[in-house]
Design a protein around this ligand. Structure first.
Ligand code: NZQ
Ligand code: ZN
Length: 385
C-alpha cells in the first residue's frame, strides 16, 4: 500500500427532492448562475422547469445543447457567456458530458485564450468558478471528482484534464432524476463505473481495503443494472447505481495504488475518432484487454476477481477460474445490451496505428498494470474486430 492523500471537498446531497436545497445552498456563491445542460433530456423530464422554479430568486443564464463527448467549442462559448455577464457560479444539470464541459468553462473564465490550451496543458489552470451539479445519469463519477474529458472535433482528439479547482462544490444525487435514462445509456453508464473500478483493481500495488471496496462496487453494478433495465423507476436500483458511480471515481478505490489505467486511454481514442458512447466502448474493450494481459504473472489477481466479484467456484486450476471470470464479464456486458465488437460500431481497422500510438503516448501505457506498447494496443483492437 503506497502513501496517499485523500480529500474530496464535494458536498454530496443524496436522496429524493435534494435539489430543493439548492435555493439555500447556493446563496454563499452569489446571484448570477450559468445553468448548463445537454441536448434537452432535462426539458423532457421536467427537471429544467423544476430547477428554474427552485432558483427563481437568482439571475439565471443558460448554455444548453452540450454534446455527449463535449466539444471545446461549447467550453469556449460557456466561458464567453460567463465573462460577458460576470457569472458567479455554474450549475450543471446532466450527465458527465455536461459536468465536464462546465468544469472547464469554470476554469476557462480566467483564461482569455482558447480553452483547448487548458486541456492540452499548454496553459495551466489557475482557479475556477464554483460549480454545483445535479446529476441525471449514473456513469462517469464526474460529479465527485476533479477531472474532465473534452473533445476537439478539428483535431479528432479527446483529452483528460484534472485540477483540484475542478471538484464540484455541491453535488445533488437524486436517483429519481435517472429514471428516464434510456436503457443503452443506463447499461453504458454501468460499464463505465465498472471500468473505473477495474482499472484500479488490476494494479501492481496490493491494497486490501481499496480492493474490498472495489469488489463491493462491482457487485453492486452487477446486481442492480439488470434491475434498473427491467424496471427503470426502481428507486433502490437507481440509488445503488448512482452511489456506485460516485464512489467508483472519487479516489477511494485508488487509495494506496498506482493509478495506471489502460482501457480508458484506448477508448478515448475510439470516442475521439468515431464519437461512440464512452461506456459502450469500454464494455467492448475491457474483456479483450483482460484476455490479453492474463498470464502466469497476473493470474492471482484475475482469480480473486473471478471468485470475489463473480462468485466463480474456487478451484486449484487458477487459470481456468480466471478465464471464467473474464467470460462472465463479457457475457454480462452482452446481456445488458452492449456491443462486443468494433463491427457493431461500424469501426474498421483503418485508424488502429494512429489510435494505438496516441493511446500509448497520452496514457503512458508503458507504465500500465501490464505495460502496453503500440503493437500491444493494436493487437487488443484486432481482438475487437
Ligand atoms: O444531452 P441530453 O439530452 O441530456 O441526453 C443525454 C445524452 O444523450 C442522455 N441523458 C443524460 N441524463 C438523462 C439522459 N436521457 C434521459 N434522461 C436522463 N436523466 O444521455 C446521453 C449521454 O449523456 P452523457 O453526459 O454524454 O453521458 P455520460 O454521463 O456517460 O458522460 C460521458 C462523458 O464523460 C466522460 C466520457 O469520456 C464522456 O465524454 N468521462 C468523464 C470522466 C470524468 N469527468 O471523470 C471519467 C470518465 O471515464 C469519462 O471519460
Ligand atoms: Zn470512464
Amino acid at each position: 500500500m503506497k502513501s496517499f492523500e485523500f480529500a474530496v471537498p464535494t458536498d454530496v446531497l443524496f436522496g429524493v427532492g435534494q435539489e430543493n436545497q439548492l435555493a439555500q445552498r447556493l446563496k454563499p456563491f452569489g446571484k448570477k448562475i450559468l445553468l448548463t445542460y445537454g441536448g434537452g433530456s432535462i426539458k423532457r423530464t421536467g427537471l429544467y422547469d423544476r430547477i428554474k422554479d427552485i432558483l427563481k430568486e437568482y439571475e439565471l443564464f443558460e448554455l444548453g445543447g452540450i454534446e455527449p463527448n463535449p466539444r471545446v467549442s461549447s467550453v469556449n462559448e460557456g466561458a464567453r457567456i460567463c465573462r460577458e455577464n460576470q457569472i458567479d457560479m455554474i450549475l450543471a444539470v446532466g450527465g458527465g458530458s455536461t459536468i465536464d464541459c462546465s468544469k472547464v468553462i469554470a476554469a476557462a473564465v480566467n483564461y482569455e485564450g482558447d480553452a483547448w490550451d487548458l486541456v492540452t496543458g499548454k496553459a495551466q489552470i489557475t482557479g475556477a468558478l464554483p460549480l454545483a451539479v445535479v446529476l441525471t445519469l449514473a456513469a462517469t463519477g464526474s460529479e465527485m471528482d476533479c477531472a474532465a474529458v473534452i473533445s476537439n472535433a478539428d483535431t479528432e482528439e479527446k483529452l483528460l484534464v484534472g485540477h483540484p479547482a475542478l471538484y464540484p462544490a455541491i453535488t445533488i444525487l437524486n436517483p429519481e432524476n435517472t429514471y428516464s435514462v434510456p436503457s443503452y445509456q443506463t447499461a453504458s453508464g454501468s460499464a463505465d463505473m465498472m471500468s473505473h473500478v477495474i482499472e484500479s483493481y488490476f494494479d501492481q500495488e496490493e491494497a486490501f481495503v481499496p480492493d474490498a471496496i472495489s469488489e463491493g462496487l462491482l457487485r453492486s453494478a452487477i446486481k442492480y443494472t439488470p434491475v434498473a433495465l427491467a424496471k427503470p423507476d426502481d428507486y433502490e436500483a437507481r440509488a445503488q447505481l448512482m452511489w456506485t458511480s460516485s464512489l467508483a471515481l472519487n479516489g477511494l478505490p485508488t487509495t494506496g495504488k498506482n493509478f495506471a489505467w489502460s482501457c480508458h486511454y484506448i477508448e478515448h481514442e475510439l470516442s475521439a475518432h468515431y464519437d461512440i458512447t464512452h461506456g459502450a466502448g469500454l464494455a467492448m474493450l475491457t474483456p479483450k484487454w483482460m484476455r490479453y494481459v492474463l498470464s502466469e504473472d497476473t493470474v492471482d489477481k484475475f482469480y480473486d476477481y473471478a471468485v470475489n466479484v463473480w462468485g466463480i467456484q474456487p478451484s486449484e486450476d487458477k487459470m481456468q477460474v480466471a478465464n471464467q471470470g473474464i467470460d462472465a464479464t463479457e457475457q454480462f456486458f452482452i446481456q445488458i445490451g452492449l456491443p462486443s465488437s468494433l463491427g457493431e460500431f461500424q469501426i474498421d481497422d483503418s485508424k488502429f496505428e494512429e489510435m494505438a500510438e496516441k493511446a500509448v503516448e497520452v496514457g503512458h501505457l508503458g507504465n500500465a498494470y501490464v505495460p502496453l506498447t503500440k503493437e500491444d494496443v493494436i493487437a487488443i483492437l484486432k481482438m475487437c474486430l
